[in-house]
Write a protein that binds this ligand. Structure first.
Ligand code: G6P
Length: 489
């Protein structure tokens, strides 16, 4: 808190992310229906004490006309959101192209686009140019709304140029940047043609944050090896200027899940599901339908388990919720067909006239339905090939107060570093190992389940999203103050 004219002022925070936490549907020429998505970041920031946060980002819709833009801006203002308008071409080149076809797979160790993913080198360059243009558009909107003393918190791989553009506009602005994906080994990052520019732009921030210590270490190594800068225990130093680099593992708002489980409608839904699956153990996967989530690997491991354990075939069901995402990117379209093909084959192989082993849904569930599903699950399967953190694993644990189910968790998810002692860690590429873990989890004695659950539950309920946001914002404030003291000395 700061004092101004005797009044206590809240710390103003501008949160900048590619996507605003709203879904906007146009109802008429100048009217919009908005729904706020209450997940992760939003509840984290709503819960931060003494902070007055506003969001800046893309509303996920193309609004070519001024009337529509004005109306949307007004409607969003009531939700403390400020839009950045991106036209279809820039969305195609920046979002579908450079963000989701280049940076996203690279940061998850899936490599740079091969020829079939990238028609010509020219298109790579034009995607990168569009990326910079889009980042400049975000910077322009931040600059229009920035007031002295504000803290600006930039999020994720979409906005790696933003710290540089903001500091060019005003070198006194307090700027933090946080990456929600892994930062890969410097050996992977150095394959990126624009490797140096991206690193330098991020280094313009005062504080750079990652989910795990390993990602922070990879980033510092990339700066030392590729840019020749000095890595220190505090971060990266360039000609006397320090960019602080640290790990800030995110969490969830676990109370929100606890409260949901107390609602009569959710309890009723839990009863329905319990009856529906009374004769089977329930295994659950909840993922965006993304190649990093290892969905084919998960389903193949489940097939292997059924193959090797005929007695379990009519005693277990796998519910896979695969939320469609980035559907304009060809890689994602291919993955959808691949998953459908595998599920169809396995259900054909092990299904009966009355039951199938896999229920695969290509859609999201509303929050309450999801909580009920988590609560009735015996074994959750998270098999990400790489994942920044993976909060599904946290959400599952938060809803398992009574059941104390087992979490099978990929060692390549950031969450493995926090839930590793309670979960069964697996290498998702090793289908034999995952299949064996499924068997182990389904047969696990109650006392072992209880012990493992207790460990995870304690972590999830004490390392919340709110703590994460509070720690980052206060560290950013401290970092800037320390830098000012150093400069004065
Ligand atoms: C990941 C990214 C987020 C992104 C989300 C959904 O979690 O780190 O920045 O918003 O995926 O993806 P989308 O492309 O739909 O925004």
């Amino acid at each position: 808190c700061k004092r101004s004219n005797g009044k206590v002022m809240k710390q103003r925070l501008l949160v900048v992310a590619n996507r605003l936490p709203v879904s906007a549907v146009r109802q008429g020429e100048d009217s919009w229906a908005l729904e706020i998505s209450a997940g992760g970041l939003v509840s984290a920031l709503l819960g931060v004490k003494d902070v007055d946060a506003k969001w800046i980002g893309w509303a996920g819709v193309n609004v070519p006309d001024e009337v529509g833009q004005r109306a949307l801006t007004k409607a969003l203002a009531e939700k403390r959101c400020i839009p950045v308008f991106l036209d279809e071409e820039i969305v195609h080149q920046y979002y579908n192209g450079y963000c989701n076809n280049v940076l996203w797979p690279l940061f998850h160790y899936l490599g740079l686009p091969q020829e079939d993913r990238l028609a010509t080198t020219r298109s790579f360059q034009s995607q990168f140019d569009a990326y910079k243009r889009a980042n400049q558009m975000f910077a322009d909107v931040v600059n229009q709304h920035y007031q002295e003393g504000d803290v600006v918190w930039c999020h994720d791989y979409h906005l790696m140029f933003l710290p540089k553009y903001l500091k060019e506009y005003n070198s006194k602005m307090k700027v933090g940047w946080f990456l929600h994906t892994p930062f890969p080994s410097s050996e992977i990052h150095r394959t990126l043609p624009s490797r140096s520019e991206l690193l330098r732009s991020v280094l313009a921030a005062d504080l750079v944050g990652f989910h795990t210590y390993d990602y922070a270490r990879h980033f510092v190594s990339a700066c030392t090896r590729i840019l020749g800068l000095e890595g220190t225990p505090e971060g990266v130093e360039d000609q006397g200027r320090l960019t602080r680099v640290a790990a800030f593992p995110i969490g969830i708002d676990s109370d929100r899940f606890k409260r949901a489980l107390e609602l009569p409608a959710v309890k009723e839904h839990i009863n329905e599901l319990t009856q529906r699956f009374a004769d089977r153990k329930v295994m659950l996967g909840v993922d965006r339908l993304d190649m990093i989530k290892g969905i084919p690997q998960k389903i193949l491991a489940f097939e292997k388990f059924l193959e090797e354990n005929p007695t379990w075939r009519d005693k277990v069901v796998l519910l896979q919720i695969a939320v469609p995402t980035r559907t304009d990117v060809p890689e994602y379209q291919k993955l959808t067909s691949q998953v459908h093909e595998i599920v169809g084959r396995i259900n054909g192989r092990f299904g009966t006239l009355t039951a199938v082993p896999i229920h695969h849904l290509d859609r999201s569930l509303d929050f309450h339905a999801l909580c009920a599903l988590y609560a009735v699950t015996d074994v959750a399967l998270v098999t990400s090939l790489r994942d920044g953190m993976n909060l599904v694993s946290y959400e599952f644990v938060a809803c398992q107060g009574e059941k104390k189910g087992v979490l099978i968790l990929s060692e390549f998810a950031g969450a493995a570093q926090s839930l590793g002692a309670g979960a069964l860690l697996v290498n998702p590429w090793n289908i034999t190992e995952v299949a064996a873990s499924i068997g182990y989890a389904l047969n696990m004695p109650a006392d072992e389940r209880e012990k493992r659950h207790r460990h995870n539950y304690a972590h999830v309920t004490t390392h919340t999203a709110q703590d994460w946001a509070e720690t980052f914002v206060s560290e950013l404030n401290d970092t800037v103050v320390e830098a000012q003291i150093r400069t004065r000395q």
